[in-house]
Design a protein. Structure first.
Length: 259
């Protein structure tokens, strides 16, 4: 078997399980039968070894037949004949019953093309509504942090309009002015103790920090809004997000839970 090229250690282990330890035994197989027996042995013994493709198996058999033809004057009919009925895989394995597996037929190129078209036709909402990635370590805090981050951004916008209004049109602080400033201060406090402490489960960076991250090109961004607000909106809408630094997808809920 050492004379057969393109025969890796994993493939040789599968052949040893089948009892194929010489070119003479390998030469009696056809490619389809050998590939099926390799698949059955891999499943029955739970080896999870990589299976060769049909073209590689045909190359092995052709090399084995050439070696046998050179060493012994075996007739062509015996070289290409099928394995005997008593020499099948269950008998070589001590009569153990093996699971019946269906043959994997090659999928035509048209079927692959159709599958890609169906995948491309999915709506964006259908693909995004399914939570993906690893489970986040603090899902409740991250969800609350997203809510507070959006409120903090809205309060910042309102403050931009509120201060010029007070300075230009009304120099006296009214009751609703005081309430507005108190609410903005409360949101700022919640942002510092909740949103600012939310971190990625993998790289431990702050998710809702306004610091700029350039490592991940798949971060959630909207032109004019930056990164924090789109990430928070994505968390609230779809219950998962990508880390703005390492890019790891992280979900806040079980993907099989009710939506």
């Amino acid at each position: 078997m050492n004379r057969i090229v393109h025969l890796t250690a994993e493939h040789r282990e599968l052949l040893d399980i089948l009892g194929v330890k010489s070119p003479a035994t390998l030469a009696r197989y056809n490619a389809e039968q050998l590939l099926n027996d390799l698949r059955l042995a891999n499943t029955h013994f739970e080896r999870n070894l990589p299976l060769p493709d049909e073209r590689l198996v045909e190359e092995w058999i052709a090399q084995a037949q050439t070696i046998v033809r050179e060493e012994t004057a075996v007739p062509q009919e015996q070289e290409t004949g099928a394995v005997k009925e008593t020499d099948n895989l269950p008998n070589r394995l001590g009569g153990k019953a093996l699971p019946v597996l269906t043959h994997h037929k090659r999928t035509p190129a048209a079927s692959h093309r159709k599958a890609r078209e169906e995948t491309a036709d999915r709506s964006v909402s259908e693909r995004y509504m399914h939570p993906r990635g690893i489970r986040h370590t603090t899902p409740i805090r991250t969800w609350l942090g997203a809510v507070i981050a959006i409120l903090f951004w809205l309060c910042g916008l309102s403050l931009i309009f509120l201060l010029p209004y007070i300075l230009l049109f009304n120099h006296t602080l009214l009751r609703w002015h005081i309430i507005a400033f108190a609410f903005i201060g409360l949101i700022l406090f919640l942002y510092l103790i909740v949103s600012f402490r939310c971190r990625c489960s993998v790289c431990k960076i702050r998710i809702f920090s306004w610091q700029r991250y350039v490592r991940n090109r798949k971060m959630h961004t909207i032109w004019g809004l930056g990164r924090v607000v789109p990430t928070a909106l994505h968390i609230l809408l779809f219950k998962w997000f990508r880390c703005p630094s390492c890019g790891t997808a992280q979900r806040l809920r079980n993907p099989h839970s009710s939506r």
